[in-house]
Structures are given as C-alpha cells and as structure tokens.
Design a protein around this ligand. Structure first.
Ligand code: ADP
Ligand code: MG
Length: 289
C-alpha cells in the first residue's frame, strides 16, 4: 500500500441551522471547532441527532455551513473534493456488480483509466481478507464482507481523508470487532486521515487517536479525549487499563453532556419529579441514524 500524507482538517466556529418545512430554524451545530492532523484517526461520538452526520457531510462538501469556516489542508471547503473517500452505514454496493466491479466503481465514476487501478483494487481486496471473492456478487456476501468491499471502494483512489459514518452498524458484534482491528490497521498503514462517527464508545476508543464527544441540542463539542498510543491496534488493547480508563472518561463526558433518565428522576424545588422536562430534551439516544 502507498504511504500517503493524510489531509489536515480545521473547523472554526462551525454553525449549522436547518429550516423545517414550516420555516422553523433547527440549530444542528453550534460553534464547533477542532483540528485533525494529517494521518490522525479522530473518532466522533454523541447521541442521535447531535449533528454528527451533518458535520461529516459539511467536511465532505455536500452540505453548506451557516457560519464558521472549514478547511482541508488550508483550502476552504467549497464542494466535494477528490481527496476524500467515504463509507456510510449502508454499504450502498451495486448489486449487479461483482466485488471487483464494486471497488472499481470508484474509478469508473471518475472516468479514470481502469487498467491503471485494477492491481491496486485487487491488492485492497486481498488486504481486507476477500481474496477469492473478486467475482462474487454482494448477495453472496455477509454484511461484514460487504462493508469490507465498501471500504476498499472508499480507499481505491488513494484518498487523503476517509469519512466513515457508522460504517459497522449493520454487522454482528464479533465481525465488528474484527473490522475495527482491520480498518484501524489499514488506515494507519495508508497514512490516511480518518474521521469515524460511531455510537459505540469502545469502538471510538479502540480505533481513534483521539475521541471527540459531541453534546446535543444544539450539537457542540463537549470535549476531546486523547487515546494512549498502542500499536498495532490489536484486540489486546481492549483489556488494558489505559483502554478502560479512556472509555470511562468518554462515557462520563457523554453522560455529563446528555440528560440521563437517572438525572431526570431527581425532584425539583417543589419536590416534584422533573422527568417531563428532561424527557422532552432526551431524544432517542440508542437508535441508529
Ligand atoms: P446525527 O448524525 O448525530 O444523528 P444529524 O446530523 O443527522 O445527527 O442531525 C442533526 C440535527 O439536524 C437533527 O435535529 C436533524 O433532525 C436535523 N437535520 C439534519 N438534516 C436535516 C435537513 N436536511 N433538514 C432539516 N433538519 C435536518
Ligand atoms: Mg447520523
């Protein structure tokens, strides 16, 4: 695999306000500022609806900012960029294309010369453990295998940055842990800057160099936690005290920024339960979005 210089991302006071159909403003993100260094892996966690997908879409140049500034390698984001690879929760494979054909779609859509990229496509397929499945169709693959194909497609054109929005949501727990190991290894060896959005604290800590916690309504940065170096990111990392400590820190930060059912049961000044006020702000934190 080529060693690439990953792109640097800088977000300065990014705000996003949507309008509902009735014209009501919905503030999705407020004053979001952070920096991601080239080659770094930043995990982003936060409850449903706190603006994680909106943030990734803005970095991808697919959604506009209301105010603030976003730059990739010093250039303002003005539209979709060639330096990006993206993979989302649904793998979005073409069912009529083979594994190799799906990976090569990245090149076909850009109108690039196939012969120049096919060896790299085959190498990536090999690297994610799908050697021998080049000519299989998506319907013949498991969810985890399909996500691996989507990842190969995202990486084929040598992106400097990878945006992953809950890409492992549809796979079983064991496959997911194995994908965590494989993707962390591939991203590190490619030197690609990676932003991973996930609901899963353990996954965020396992894969990230840092974990950014977003607080809801409106979405803002609750804090950023450093993850200690552990190379390569193998499963042993999950049982180290460092891993458990950082996971606990992230959990505390998330809980501190989100009204919890327990907090909602505390009596108010008049001794009444407050759950009604809190529940109206809670949202459904566990659903996939
Ligand atoms: P997350 O990915 O963290 O679950 P989203 O970024 O999808 O959150 O959404 C953040 C907030 O912005 C939510 O309140 C959502 O309803 C709102 N939102 C997202 N996209 C739109 C849109 N196109 N129009 C109006 N509101 C939107
Ligand atoms: Mg989302």
């Amino acid at each position: 695999m080529h060693n690439l210089a990953g792109a640097e991302v800088v977000a300065e006071s990014v705000c996003k306000t949507f309008r509902t159909k009735g014209g009501q403003p919905v503030q999705a993100l407020r004053d979001v500022s952070f920096r991601v260094n080239g080659g770094e892996f930043l995990s982003i966690v936060g409850p449903s609806g706190c603006g994680k997908s909106t943030l990734l879409m803005m970095i991808a140049g697919l959604e506009s900012l209301t105010t603030g500034h976003l730059a990739i390698d010093g250039n303002s984001v003005k539209g979709p960029s060639e330096v990006l690879g993206v993979a989302f929760q649904r793998d979005n494979l073409f069912h009529w294309r083979t594994v190799l054909g799906n990976v090569m779609a990245q090149i076909d859509l850009r109108g690039w010369k196939r012969s120049k990229w096919e060896d790299r496509a085959r190498n990536l397929i090999h690297m994610v453990g799908l050697e021998g499945f080049e000519n299989s169709y998506p319907s013949q693959l498991s969810g985890g295998m399909r996500q691996r194909v989507a990842l190969c497609r995202a990486l084929l054109h040598e992106p400097q940055m990878l945006l992953l929005d809950e890409p492992f949501g549809a796979v079983d727990a064991l496959t997911r842990e194995q994908l965590n190991v494989d993707v962390a290894t591939i991203c590190a060896s490619a030197g690609v800057t990676t932003l991973l959005v996930t609901h899963d604290i353990n996954e965020a800590v396992f894969m990230g160099n840092r974990v950014m916690v977003l607080a809801p309504r409106p979405g803002r940065v609750a804090g950023i936690v450093d993850v200690p170096t552990f190379t390569p990111r193998t499963s042993e990392f999950r049982v180290t005290p460092e891993f458990l400590n950082v996971s606990a820190d992230v959990r505390a930060m998330l809980e501190g920024s989100t009204p919890t059912p327990t907090a909602a049961w505390s009596p108010d000044r008049n001794g009444r339960r407050q759950e009604d006020h809190h529940n109206s702000q809670l949202g459904s934190g566990n659903e996939q979005s």
